[in-house]
Write a protein that binds this ligand. Structure first.
Ligand code: ADP
Length: 511
Protein backbone atom coordinates (compact mmCIF):
# COMPACT_ATOMS: atom_id res chain seq x y z
CA UNK A 1 0.00 0.00 0.00
CA UNK A 2 1.32 3.39 -0.97
CA UNK A 3 1.44 6.37 1.41
CA UNK A 4 -1.36 8.19 -0.45
CA UNK A 5 -3.60 5.09 -0.24
CA UNK A 6 -3.04 4.98 3.56
CA UNK A 7 -4.04 8.62 3.98
CA UNK A 8 -7.38 8.52 2.20
CA UNK A 9 -9.33 6.14 4.30
CA UNK A 10 -12.97 5.36 3.66
CA UNK A 11 -15.00 8.21 5.42
CA UNK A 12 -17.19 5.66 7.29
CA UNK A 13 -14.08 4.01 8.73
CA UNK A 14 -12.71 7.40 9.56
CA UNK A 15 -15.96 8.35 11.37
CA UNK A 16 -15.87 5.09 13.35
CA UNK A 17 -12.27 5.77 14.34
CA UNK A 18 -13.16 9.27 15.51
CA UNK A 19 -16.18 7.94 17.42
CA UNK A 20 -13.99 5.36 19.13
CA UNK A 21 -11.70 7.96 20.76
CA UNK A 22 -12.28 9.47 24.24
CA UNK A 23 -11.31 12.89 23.03
CA UNK A 24 -14.11 15.20 21.90
CA UNK A 25 -13.69 16.39 18.33
CA UNK A 26 -15.65 19.08 16.49
CA UNK A 27 -15.17 20.52 13.03
CA UNK A 28 -16.56 23.93 12.11
CA UNK A 29 -16.97 25.39 8.64
CA UNK A 30 -15.31 28.76 8.57
CA UNK A 31 -16.68 29.59 5.15
CA UNK A 32 -20.28 29.45 6.35
CA UNK A 33 -21.78 32.37 8.37
CA UNK A 34 -21.12 32.20 12.13
CA UNK A 35 -18.63 29.32 11.70
CA UNK A 36 -21.12 26.50 12.55
CA UNK A 37 -20.24 23.00 13.69
CA UNK A 38 -20.49 20.55 10.85
CA UNK A 39 -19.13 17.50 12.63
CA UNK A 40 -18.79 16.22 16.20
CA UNK A 41 -17.82 12.80 17.43
CA UNK A 42 -19.55 10.64 20.09
CA UNK A 43 -17.05 11.62 22.81
CA UNK A 44 -17.95 15.31 22.30
CA UNK A 45 -21.67 14.54 22.61
CA UNK A 46 -21.01 12.61 25.79
CA UNK A 47 -18.83 15.34 27.16
CA UNK A 48 -21.38 18.13 26.72
CA UNK A 49 -24.58 16.10 27.10
CA UNK A 50 -26.20 17.49 23.94
CA UNK A 51 -27.53 15.27 21.14
CA UNK A 52 -25.92 15.28 17.72
CA UNK A 53 -28.90 17.20 16.26
CA UNK A 54 -28.63 19.88 18.92
CA UNK A 55 -24.97 20.45 18.06
CA UNK A 56 -24.69 20.43 14.30
CA UNK A 57 -25.27 23.85 12.72
CA UNK A 58 -24.58 25.76 15.97
CA UNK A 59 -21.64 27.98 16.75
CA UNK A 60 -19.47 26.54 19.57
CA UNK A 61 -20.41 29.41 21.89
CA UNK A 62 -23.42 27.51 23.27
CA UNK A 63 -20.89 25.51 25.30
CA UNK A 64 -20.04 28.56 27.44
CA UNK A 65 -23.67 29.11 28.33
CA UNK A 66 -23.85 32.54 30.07
CA UNK A 67 -20.19 32.47 31.10
CA UNK A 68 -19.24 34.76 28.20
CA UNK A 69 -16.53 37.06 29.35
CA UNK A 70 -13.83 34.45 29.80
CA UNK A 71 -10.32 35.31 28.73
CA UNK A 72 -10.17 32.01 26.77
CA UNK A 73 -13.04 33.12 24.49
CA UNK A 74 -11.14 36.21 23.43
CA UNK A 75 -8.09 34.09 22.63
CA UNK A 76 -10.21 31.74 20.47
CA UNK A 77 -11.86 34.68 18.65
CA UNK A 78 -8.43 36.17 17.97
CA UNK A 79 -7.12 32.81 16.62
CA UNK A 80 -10.16 32.42 14.36
CA UNK A 81 -9.83 35.97 13.09
CA UNK A 82 -6.19 35.42 12.26
CA UNK A 83 -6.69 31.86 10.98
CA UNK A 84 -4.22 30.54 13.57
CA UNK A 85 -3.99 27.56 15.88
CA UNK A 86 -4.42 27.98 19.61
CA UNK A 87 -4.60 26.04 22.86
CA UNK A 88 -6.84 27.26 25.68
CA UNK A 89 -8.48 26.04 28.83
CA UNK A 90 -12.08 27.11 28.82
CA UNK A 91 -15.05 26.76 31.16
CA UNK A 92 -17.83 24.90 29.40
CA UNK A 93 -21.26 23.79 30.58
CA UNK A 94 -23.12 20.57 29.91
CA UNK A 95 -26.71 20.63 28.73
CA UNK A 96 -27.92 20.35 32.36
CA UNK A 97 -25.71 23.28 33.41
CA UNK A 98 -22.74 21.40 35.00
CA UNK A 99 -19.41 23.20 34.70
CA UNK A 100 -16.55 21.30 33.13
CA UNK A 101 -13.10 22.43 32.17
CA UNK A 102 -12.14 21.88 28.60
CA UNK A 103 -8.65 21.88 27.26
CA UNK A 104 -9.19 22.92 23.67
CA UNK A 105 -6.69 22.50 20.82
CA UNK A 106 -7.99 24.61 17.94
CA UNK A 107 -6.36 24.08 14.59
CA UNK A 108 -7.15 25.92 11.38
CA UNK A 109 -7.53 23.95 8.12
CA UNK A 110 -6.46 25.95 5.07
CA UNK A 111 -7.05 25.40 1.35
CA UNK A 112 -4.32 25.61 -1.24
CA UNK A 113 -4.63 29.41 -1.41
CA UNK A 114 -4.19 29.71 2.33
CA UNK A 115 -7.83 30.50 3.21
CA UNK A 116 -9.07 28.98 6.44
CA UNK A 117 -11.88 26.69 5.45
CA UNK A 118 -12.41 24.78 8.68
CA UNK A 119 -11.44 24.67 12.30
CA UNK A 120 -10.89 21.39 14.09
CA UNK A 121 -11.43 21.49 17.85
CA UNK A 122 -9.90 18.68 19.92
CA UNK A 123 -11.32 18.76 23.42
CA UNK A 124 -10.29 17.06 26.63
CA UNK A 125 -12.30 17.24 29.83
CA UNK A 126 -9.69 18.35 32.42
CA UNK A 127 -12.20 19.03 35.20
CA UNK A 128 -10.69 16.61 37.69
CA UNK A 129 -7.19 17.94 37.10
CA UNK A 130 -8.48 21.50 37.34
CA UNK A 131 -10.34 20.71 40.58
CA UNK A 132 -7.20 19.09 41.99
CA UNK A 133 -5.26 22.19 41.00
CA UNK A 134 -7.88 24.42 42.58
CA UNK A 135 -7.87 22.38 45.81
CA UNK A 136 -4.11 22.58 45.82
CA UNK A 137 -4.30 26.29 45.27
CA UNK A 138 -6.84 26.62 48.05
CA UNK A 139 -4.70 24.55 50.40
CA UNK A 140 -1.75 26.65 49.46
CA UNK A 141 -3.73 29.82 50.15
CA UNK A 142 -4.97 28.43 53.45
CA UNK A 143 -1.43 27.45 54.44
CA UNK A 144 -0.19 30.84 53.37
CA UNK A 145 -2.94 32.50 55.45
CA UNK A 146 -2.06 30.30 58.42
CA UNK A 147 1.58 31.31 58.11
CA UNK A 148 0.52 34.97 57.95
CA UNK A 149 -1.75 34.56 60.98
CA UNK A 150 0.89 32.68 62.96
CA UNK A 151 3.56 35.21 62.10
CA UNK A 152 1.18 37.97 63.17
CA UNK A 153 0.46 36.13 66.41
CA UNK A 154 4.15 35.60 67.09
CA UNK A 155 4.87 39.21 66.32
CA UNK A 156 2.09 40.30 68.64
CA UNK A 157 3.24 38.00 71.43
CA UNK A 158 6.81 39.13 70.84
CA UNK A 159 5.67 42.77 71.06
CA UNK A 160 3.67 41.88 74.16
CA UNK A 161 6.65 40.19 75.77
CA UNK A 162 9.05 42.90 74.81
CA UNK A 163 6.70 45.56 76.19
CA UNK A 164 6.76 43.67 79.51
CA UNK A 165 10.54 43.30 79.36
CA UNK A 166 10.93 47.00 78.59
CA UNK A 167 8.49 48.09 81.31
CA UNK A 168 10.06 46.01 84.05
CA UNK A 169 12.14 48.06 86.46
CA UNK A 170 14.87 45.49 86.57
CA UNK A 171 17.85 44.99 84.28
CA UNK A 172 17.43 41.95 82.05
CA UNK A 173 19.90 40.16 79.80
CA UNK A 174 19.17 37.19 77.55
CA UNK A 175 22.13 34.97 76.72
CA UNK A 176 22.72 31.91 74.60
CA UNK A 177 24.29 28.75 75.96
CA UNK A 178 27.79 30.25 75.59
CA UNK A 179 26.85 33.34 77.68
CA UNK A 180 26.87 35.62 74.65
CA UNK A 181 24.37 38.46 75.15
CA UNK A 182 21.48 38.25 72.69
CA UNK A 183 19.47 41.13 74.09
CA UNK A 184 19.44 43.69 76.87
CA UNK A 185 16.46 45.79 77.98
CA UNK A 186 16.42 49.56 78.34
CA UNK A 187 16.63 49.35 82.09
CA UNK A 188 19.94 47.48 81.81
CA UNK A 189 21.35 50.03 79.35
CA UNK A 190 20.17 52.95 81.52
CA UNK A 191 21.41 51.46 84.78
CA UNK A 192 24.89 50.63 83.53
CA UNK A 193 25.09 53.65 81.19
CA UNK A 194 26.06 51.52 78.21
CA UNK A 195 24.81 51.26 74.61
CA UNK A 196 23.28 48.20 73.00
CA UNK A 197 26.34 47.96 70.72
CA UNK A 198 28.63 47.66 73.71
CA UNK A 199 26.48 44.86 75.09
CA UNK A 200 24.87 42.75 72.35
CA UNK A 201 27.08 39.99 70.99
CA UNK A 202 29.54 40.33 73.91
CA UNK A 203 30.32 37.64 76.44
CA UNK A 204 28.73 38.26 79.83
CA UNK A 205 32.14 37.99 81.48
CA UNK A 206 33.67 40.60 79.15
CA UNK A 207 31.11 43.31 79.95
CA UNK A 208 32.28 46.56 81.56
CA UNK A 209 35.43 46.01 83.56
CA UNK A 210 34.76 42.31 84.03
CA UNK A 211 32.29 42.88 86.86
CA UNK A 212 30.50 39.60 86.28
CA UNK A 213 33.67 37.56 85.85
CA UNK A 214 33.51 36.02 89.30
CA UNK A 215 34.61 32.37 89.58
CA UNK A 216 31.76 31.48 91.96
CA UNK A 217 29.17 33.12 89.69
CA UNK A 218 30.67 31.40 86.63
CA UNK A 219 30.29 28.02 88.34
CA UNK A 220 26.65 28.69 89.18
CA UNK A 221 25.89 29.99 85.67
CA UNK A 222 27.46 26.89 84.13
CA UNK A 223 25.10 24.72 86.18
CA UNK A 224 21.92 26.42 84.92
CA UNK A 225 21.50 24.66 81.57
CA UNK A 226 22.63 21.11 82.43
CA UNK A 227 20.81 20.95 85.78
CA UNK A 228 18.07 23.57 85.37
CA UNK A 229 19.16 24.98 88.74
CA UNK A 230 18.65 28.74 88.77
CA UNK A 231 21.03 31.24 90.33
CA UNK A 232 19.05 32.80 93.16
CA UNK A 233 19.73 36.07 94.94
CA UNK A 234 23.47 36.16 94.33
CA UNK A 235 24.92 39.47 95.52
CA UNK A 236 27.71 41.25 93.68
CA UNK A 237 29.28 44.37 95.17
CA UNK A 238 31.58 46.05 92.71
CA UNK A 239 33.05 49.32 91.49
CA UNK A 240 31.17 49.51 88.18
CA UNK A 241 32.38 51.70 85.30
CA UNK A 242 30.31 54.95 84.93
CA UNK A 243 28.12 54.31 88.00
CA UNK A 244 30.56 53.58 90.83
CA UNK A 245 30.24 51.20 93.75
CA UNK A 246 26.94 49.33 93.73
CA UNK A 247 25.37 46.27 95.25
CA UNK A 248 23.58 44.13 92.67
CA UNK A 249 21.30 41.17 93.25
CA UNK A 250 21.47 38.53 90.51
CA UNK A 251 18.89 35.91 89.57
CA UNK A 252 19.35 33.72 86.51
CA UNK A 253 17.04 31.12 84.99
CA UNK A 254 16.97 28.89 81.95
CA UNK A 255 14.26 29.99 79.50
CA UNK A 256 12.79 28.07 76.62
CA UNK A 257 10.03 28.93 74.13
CA UNK A 258 8.87 25.84 72.31
CA UNK A 259 9.58 25.88 68.59
CA UNK A 260 11.35 29.22 68.82
CA UNK A 261 14.44 28.72 70.91
CA UNK A 262 15.83 26.62 73.69
CA UNK A 263 18.71 26.82 76.11
CA UNK A 264 18.65 30.53 76.70
CA UNK A 265 19.56 32.12 80.01
CA UNK A 266 17.70 35.08 81.43
CA UNK A 267 19.72 37.12 83.89
CA UNK A 268 17.87 39.63 86.06
CA UNK A 269 19.98 42.23 87.84
CA UNK A 270 18.52 44.37 90.58
CA UNK A 271 20.32 47.34 92.07
CA UNK A 272 19.78 46.92 95.81
CA UNK A 273 22.33 49.50 96.95
CA UNK A 274 19.70 51.97 98.13
CA UNK A 275 17.45 49.29 99.62
CA UNK A 276 20.35 47.87 101.60
CA UNK A 277 21.32 51.35 102.81
CA UNK A 278 17.76 51.94 104.06
CA UNK A 279 17.80 48.56 105.83
CA UNK A 280 21.12 49.51 107.35
CA UNK A 281 19.71 52.80 108.62
CA UNK A 282 16.78 50.94 110.22
CA UNK A 283 19.19 48.47 111.83
CA UNK A 284 21.32 51.33 113.11
CA UNK A 285 18.24 53.02 114.54
CA UNK A 286 17.16 49.78 116.21
CA UNK A 287 20.57 49.32 117.70
CA UNK A 288 20.88 52.92 118.95
CA UNK A 289 17.30 53.05 120.27
CA UNK A 290 17.57 49.79 122.18
CA UNK A 291 20.87 50.79 123.73
CA UNK A 292 19.54 54.24 124.67
CA UNK A 293 16.48 52.65 126.31
CA UNK A 294 18.54 50.05 128.10
CA UNK A 295 20.39 52.50 130.41
CA UNK A 296 17.34 54.17 132.03
CA UNK A 297 15.52 50.84 132.15
CA UNK A 298 18.38 49.22 134.06
CA UNK A 299 18.11 52.07 136.57
CA UNK A 300 14.33 51.57 136.84
CA UNK A 301 14.85 47.82 137.42
CA UNK A 302 17.32 48.67 140.18
CA UNK A 303 14.90 51.13 141.84
CA UNK A 304 11.99 48.67 141.70
CA UNK A 305 14.18 46.02 143.34
CA UNK A 306 15.19 48.60 145.95
CA UNK A 307 11.51 49.45 146.56
CA UNK A 308 10.80 45.75 147.18
CA UNK A 309 13.70 45.48 149.60
CA UNK A 310 12.92 48.68 151.47
CA UNK A 311 9.19 48.09 151.65
CA UNK A 312 8.01 48.68 155.28
CA UNK A 313 6.61 45.64 157.13
CA UNK A 314 3.28 47.34 157.60
CA UNK A 315 2.75 48.36 153.95
CA UNK A 316 -0.74 47.87 152.67
CA UNK A 317 -1.63 44.88 150.44
CA UNK A 318 -2.58 47.27 147.69
CA UNK A 319 0.83 49.00 147.83
CA UNK A 320 2.65 45.60 147.74
CA UNK A 321 0.56 44.49 144.77
CA UNK A 322 1.33 47.73 142.86
CA UNK A 323 5.07 47.27 143.44
CA UNK A 324 4.90 43.57 142.39
CA UNK A 325 3.01 44.45 139.23
CA UNK A 326 5.52 47.21 138.46
CA UNK A 327 8.32 44.69 138.91
CA UNK A 328 6.59 42.21 136.54
CA UNK A 329 5.95 44.78 133.80
CA UNK A 330 9.45 46.18 134.09
CA UNK A 331 10.81 42.63 133.75
CA UNK A 332 8.65 42.14 130.65
CA UNK A 333 9.93 45.45 129.23
CA UNK A 334 13.46 44.34 129.97
CA UNK A 335 12.87 41.05 128.16
CA UNK A 336 11.48 42.83 125.08
CA UNK A 337 14.42 45.18 125.04
CA UNK A 338 16.80 42.25 125.37
CA UNK A 339 15.20 40.63 122.31
CA UNK A 340 15.51 43.86 120.32
CA UNK A 341 19.16 44.09 121.30
CA UNK A 342 19.62 40.45 120.26
CA UNK A 343 18.28 41.31 116.82
CA UNK A 344 20.63 44.22 116.40
CA UNK A 345 23.53 42.08 117.65
CA UNK A 346 22.67 39.39 115.09
CA UNK A 347 22.52 42.06 112.39
CA UNK A 348 25.94 43.39 113.24
CA UNK A 349 27.37 39.89 113.71
CA UNK A 350 28.19 40.63 117.36
CA UNK A 351 26.75 37.45 118.80
CA UNK A 352 28.61 36.04 121.72
CA UNK A 353 28.40 32.29 122.14
CA UNK A 354 29.25 30.71 125.45
CA UNK A 355 29.76 27.16 124.35
CA UNK A 356 30.14 24.43 126.94
CA UNK A 357 29.01 20.92 127.85
CA UNK A 358 25.72 20.78 129.74
CA UNK A 359 22.96 18.33 130.64
CA UNK A 360 20.37 18.75 127.88
CA UNK A 361 17.63 16.79 129.71
CA UNK A 362 18.02 18.85 132.88
CA UNK A 363 17.96 22.07 130.87
CA UNK A 364 14.71 21.00 129.13
CA UNK A 365 13.12 19.87 132.40
CA UNK A 366 13.90 23.09 134.27
CA UNK A 367 12.85 25.32 131.41
CA UNK A 368 9.52 23.53 131.04
CA UNK A 369 8.92 23.57 134.80
CA UNK A 370 9.42 27.33 134.76
CA UNK A 371 6.95 27.83 131.90
CA UNK A 372 4.42 25.36 133.35
CA UNK A 373 4.45 27.19 136.68
CA UNK A 374 3.38 30.38 134.94
CA UNK A 375 0.80 28.72 132.67
CA UNK A 376 -2.68 27.84 133.77
CA UNK A 377 -4.53 26.95 130.58
CA UNK A 378 -2.13 24.39 129.05
CA UNK A 379 -0.51 21.17 130.16
CA UNK A 380 2.97 20.64 128.74
CA UNK A 381 3.65 16.94 128.14
CA UNK A 382 7.19 15.76 127.44
CA UNK A 383 7.89 12.47 125.67
CA UNK A 384 10.90 10.88 124.01
CA UNK A 385 14.30 9.66 125.12
CA UNK A 386 17.09 11.07 127.32
CA UNK A 387 19.89 12.94 125.57
CA UNK A 388 22.40 13.50 128.41
CA UNK A 389 25.36 15.67 127.56
CA UNK A 390 25.20 18.30 124.89
CA UNK A 391 27.64 20.91 123.72
CA UNK A 392 26.29 24.37 123.07
CA UNK A 393 25.29 27.71 124.49
CA UNK A 394 22.86 26.61 127.22
CA UNK A 395 21.24 29.98 127.86
CA UNK A 396 20.72 30.53 124.12
CA UNK A 397 19.06 27.10 123.84
CA UNK A 398 16.87 27.88 126.87
CA UNK A 399 15.80 30.99 125.00
CA UNK A 400 14.87 28.92 121.91
CA UNK A 401 12.87 26.35 123.85
CA UNK A 402 11.12 29.05 125.91
CA UNK A 403 10.23 30.93 122.76
CA UNK A 404 8.83 27.92 120.92
CA UNK A 405 6.75 26.76 123.90
CA UNK A 406 5.52 30.29 124.68
CA UNK A 407 4.42 30.69 121.04
CA UNK A 408 2.70 27.29 121.14
CA UNK A 409 0.74 28.43 124.21
CA UNK A 410 0.05 31.92 122.85
CA UNK A 411 -1.23 30.72 119.46
CA UNK A 412 -3.44 27.87 120.74
CA UNK A 413 -5.83 29.67 123.10
CA UNK A 414 -8.61 27.11 122.67
CA UNK A 415 -6.60 23.94 123.33
CA UNK A 416 -5.20 22.56 126.55
CA UNK A 417 -2.17 20.57 125.58
CA UNK A 418 1.33 21.18 124.28
CA UNK A 419 3.36 18.09 123.33
CA UNK A 420 7.12 18.11 123.49
CA UNK A 421 9.14 15.35 121.91
CA UNK A 422 12.88 14.90 122.42
CA UNK A 423 14.82 12.26 120.53
CA UNK A 424 18.14 11.36 119.02
CA UNK A 425 18.13 11.04 115.24
CA UNK A 426 21.41 9.72 113.91
CA UNK A 427 24.03 12.17 115.20
CA UNK A 428 21.47 14.88 115.96
CA UNK A 429 19.22 15.84 118.85
CA UNK A 430 15.70 16.50 117.62
CA UNK A 431 13.39 18.69 119.70
CA UNK A 432 9.74 19.29 118.66
CA UNK A 433 6.94 21.42 120.09
CA UNK A 434 3.43 20.55 118.91
CA UNK A 435 0.37 22.67 119.52
CA UNK A 436 -3.25 22.25 118.46
CA UNK A 437 -3.96 25.88 117.78
CA UNK A 438 -4.36 28.35 114.92
CA UNK A 439 -1.76 26.84 112.61
CA UNK A 440 0.03 28.74 109.83
CA UNK A 441 -0.88 29.09 106.16
CA UNK A 442 1.47 27.57 103.57
CA UNK A 443 2.51 31.02 102.26
CA UNK A 444 3.59 32.17 105.71
CA UNK A 445 5.54 29.06 106.72
CA UNK A 446 8.94 30.32 105.57
CA UNK A 447 8.31 33.95 106.39
CA UNK A 448 7.68 33.45 110.11
CA UNK A 449 11.46 33.10 110.54
CA UNK A 450 12.08 36.53 109.04
CA UNK A 451 12.62 39.36 111.47
CA UNK A 452 9.56 41.43 112.33
CA UNK A 453 7.29 39.12 110.33
CA UNK A 454 3.94 38.39 111.93
CA UNK A 455 1.06 36.59 110.25
CA UNK A 456 -1.45 39.26 109.15
CA UNK A 457 -4.68 38.02 110.73
CA UNK A 458 -3.28 37.46 114.21
CA UNK A 459 -1.31 40.69 114.54
CA UNK A 460 -4.08 42.63 116.25
CA UNK A 461 -5.22 39.95 118.67
CA UNK A 462 -1.89 38.66 120.00
CA UNK A 463 0.93 40.79 121.38
CA UNK A 464 4.41 40.36 119.96
CA UNK A 465 7.13 41.91 117.81
CA UNK A 466 7.80 39.11 115.33
CA UNK A 467 11.41 38.62 116.34
CA UNK A 468 11.32 35.52 118.58
CA UNK A 469 11.49 32.96 115.76
CA UNK A 470 14.12 35.02 113.93
CA UNK A 471 16.36 34.90 117.00
CA UNK A 472 15.64 31.16 117.52
CA UNK A 473 16.54 30.46 113.89
CA UNK A 474 19.82 32.35 114.22
CA UNK A 475 20.71 30.60 117.48
CA UNK A 476 20.05 27.17 115.98
CA UNK A 477 22.04 28.08 112.87
CA UNK A 478 24.91 29.14 115.14
CA UNK A 479 24.81 25.64 116.57
CA UNK A 480 24.94 24.15 113.04
CA UNK A 481 21.39 22.89 113.37
CA UNK A 482 18.13 23.63 111.56
CA UNK A 483 14.79 24.99 112.72
CA UNK A 484 11.60 24.42 110.74
CA UNK A 485 7.84 24.30 111.03
CA UNK A 486 5.09 22.03 109.75
CA UNK A 487 1.61 23.33 110.12
CA UNK A 488 -1.98 23.15 109.01
CA UNK A 489 -4.30 26.13 109.49
CA UNK A 490 -6.92 25.38 112.13
CA UNK A 491 -5.18 22.19 113.26
CA UNK A 492 -1.94 23.38 114.83
CA UNK A 493 1.79 23.55 114.27
CA UNK A 494 4.93 21.58 115.00
CA UNK A 495 8.13 23.58 115.40
CA UNK A 496 11.23 21.38 115.42
CA UNK A 497 14.95 21.90 115.59
CA UNK A 498 17.95 19.64 115.29
CA UNK A 499 21.34 20.07 116.90
CA UNK A 500 24.44 18.04 116.12
CA UNK A 501 25.34 15.96 119.20
CA UNK A 502 29.06 16.02 118.63
CA UNK A 503 29.27 19.62 117.58
CA UNK A 504 32.78 20.36 116.55
CA UNK A 505 33.90 22.98 119.08
CA UNK A 506 36.04 24.87 116.62
CA UNK A 507 33.35 25.00 113.94
CA UNK A 508 30.84 26.44 116.36
CA UNK A 509 33.17 29.18 117.55
CA UNK A 510 34.14 30.17 114.08
CA UNK A 511 30.58 30.66 112.91
P1 ADP B 1 5.72 37.04 117.79
O1 ADP B 1 5.12 35.83 118.42
O2 ADP B 1 6.26 38.01 118.76
O3 ADP B 1 4.84 37.68 116.80
P2 ADP B 1 7.64 35.22 116.56
O4 ADP B 1 8.86 35.54 115.77
O5 ADP B 1 7.82 34.34 117.74
O6 ADP B 1 7.02 36.62 116.96
O7 ADP B 1 6.59 34.58 115.59
C1 ADP B 1 6.39 35.15 114.33
C2 ADP B 1 4.98 34.85 113.85
O8 ADP B 1 4.87 33.46 113.58
C3 ADP B 1 3.90 35.11 114.86
O9 ADP B 1 3.49 36.47 114.84
C4 ADP B 1 2.80 34.18 114.42
O10 ADP B 1 2.10 34.79 113.37
C5 ADP B 1 3.57 32.99 113.87
N1 ADP B 1 3.67 31.88 114.84
C6 ADP B 1 4.73 31.59 115.63
N2 ADP B 1 4.49 30.48 116.36
C7 ADP B 1 3.27 30.05 116.01
C8 ADP B 1 2.43 28.95 116.41
N3 ADP B 1 2.86 28.05 117.31
N4 ADP B 1 1.22 28.82 115.83
C9 ADP B 1 0.80 29.71 114.91
N5 ADP B 1 1.53 30.78 114.50
C10 ADP B 1 2.75 30.94 115.03
Amino acid sequence: MSVSEKRFLDPTILASVLDATNTGIVITDNLLPDNPIIYCNAAFEKMCGYDHDEIIGHNCRFLQNKDRSQEARFEIAEAIRNGENCVVEIRNYTKDGQLFYNQLYLSAVKDLSGNVTHFIGIQNDVTSRKKAEQTLQMNFKETEQKVIDRTKMLKESEEYLSSIVETIRESLLVMDKDYTILSANHHFLNTFKVSLNETKGKLLYDLGNGQWDIPELRLMMEEILPTNNPVLDYEVEHEFPHIGRKLMLLNAHRVELEGQFKDRILLAIEDITEKRAVEQRKDDFLSIASHELKTPLTTVVGYVQMMQRLMPENSSERFRSVVDKTERYVARLNQLLKELMDVSRIQTGNIELHMDYFDFDKMVRETIEGIQAATRGHRIIVKGQPINQCYGDESNLVQVITNLISNAIKYSPDSKEIDIHVSRVSSFIKFSVRDYGLGIKEDDLKKVFERFYRVGEIQKNYPGMGIGLYICDQIIKNHKGTLWVESEPGKGSVFSFTLPVNLDKKAAYEY
